[in-house]
Design a protein around this ligand. Structure first.
Ligand SMILES: CC(C)(COP(=O)(O)OP(=O)(O)OC[C@H]1O[C@@H](n2cnc3c(N)ncnc32)[C@H](O)[C@@H]1OP(=O)(O)O)[C@@H](O)C(=O)NCCC(=O)NCCS
Length: 178
């Protein structure tokens, strides 16, 4: 398995991977929602606000992960991880965790100070995320499941509470995604 930064020429394959993986795990309509989200990331999000990585095996894309910029009034350099997918046939073999760790290392090398995500704490705690409250890190939309609001510092410190509002990229700024 090889991990690398995505190439925009692979956009169609990446979109298909997300549609297939999320349709298999959460149903077709969720597959379409997530496919649309990653397509918008790749087509219309500023390259400075986006990091995407892929896992390949025998030249097939078997996993992918997106990080997009979050803006806080404090000016902290922060990205949110969402979404990540490992192809259904390759799950449970460490690909997801390797992709996340690879992405976090790349972000850190780029000066990112804070990584955020929104999902299952049991999974994301395996790769360094802890549950946080919206008092510590404000969310850009109302959270349907605040127990899944997670973050980790990439500069080794505890997370200092951030005051003021937060903003995510336009593709993610939709109430139904939160
Ligand atoms: C979640 C996902 C990315 C994990 O990828 P993966 O390559 O299967 O994960 P890994 O093999 O690195 O890790 C597997 C571990 O995570 C756990 N895990 C996997 N998916 C999980 C989930 N949805 N919830 C909780 N735990 C999960 C497994 O139990 C396993 O734990 P173990 O190592 O203690 O046995 C993959 O299952 C997937 O694409 N799921 C569908 C899409 C999705 O839900 N994405 C995440 C939300 S954005």
């Amino acid at each position: 398995m090889k991990l690398s930064t995505y190439n925009p020429n692979n956009a169609d394959k990446i979109e298909q991977l997300f549609i297939k993986t999320f349709s298999d795990s959460e149903g077709q309509s969720e597959g379409e929602v997530i496919g649309h989200l990653v397509r918008e990331f790749m087509d219309s999000t500023d390259v400075n606000d986006l990091h995407c990585f892929i896992a390949t095996e025998d030249e097939q894309i078997i996993g992918s992960i997106f990080f997009t910029r979050m803006i806080f009034e404090s000016g902290i350099n922060a990205f949110i991880l969402s979404p990540v997918a490992t192809h259904t046939d390759h799950q449970g073999k460490g690909v997801g965790q390797k992709l996340i760790n690879f992405g976090l290392t790349a972000l850190k090398e780029n000066g990112v100070e804070l990584a955020i995500t929104y999902g299952d704490p049991n999974f994301y705690s395996k790769v360094g995320f802890s549950v946080i409250t919206e008092q510590v890190v404000p969310a850009p939309q109302k959270l349907e499941q605040p127990e899944g609001w997670l973050a980790q510092s990439l500069v080794g410190d505890e997370i200092e509470p951030i005051t003021g509002k937060s903003h995510c990229v336009e593709a993610l700024n939709k109430p139904e995604l939160w």
